[in-house]
Design a protein. Sequence first.
Length: 242
Amino acid sequence: MSLFQLYPAIDLKAGKVVRLKRGDMDQATVYAEDPGAQAAAFDAAGFDWLHVVDLDGAFAGKPANAEAVAAILKGTKRPVQLGGGIRDMATVEAWLMRGIARVILGSAAVKDPAFARAACKAFPGKVAVGIDAKDGMVATEGWAEVSSVSALDLALSFEDAGAAAIIHTDIDRDGMLGGVNVAATAEIAARLTTPVIASGGVAGVQDIIDLKAAGHVAGTIIGRALYDGRLTAAEAMAAARA
């Protein structure tokens, strides 16, 4: 199996690095004032990728933290994947032109699957599909709306689209440090050939060990556990490479 990839998260709200609880913008903890410095710190720690979310953009439906993203790109030499408010081809192309390695389509994948598929085809290896789930059902608009589509069905519908990855987030666990939903993510990953990345709830090194042991899962996003010191970069990378 290829390397289990770790993606430290930088979530942006009003230009600052924050973490939310269950996607609630009113429950934001500010962890850093300077996104570029945070990116540089993750770079120096040895992570191979960065995962960035424009939270304001996710709610607004259009990019809202362009300056912060620019600071992140300046602060790291690592590839950056970015989600939040990317709803049309012009925005996809603009971010890729600015140096983003991979864009993440979330709400757009549910509400405009034809566009999402076209983006995957137009930019091979540079478009991931973000599937945010609540009780197994897909949520959109910064998690404010829950659809009638199951996470598994949406993932399967993109199996032939050429997406670089599927990012599966369990909303109820995100930012709660209660442990990642290994079973749900592994179930989706086992059904796909597209790489599946776990997100939401990573609380410590055991979550990384469990995700690896489940098989099929290609990597995980880590947020609050790193910021709160429950998991060090060295511990995370040692578990991923074991």
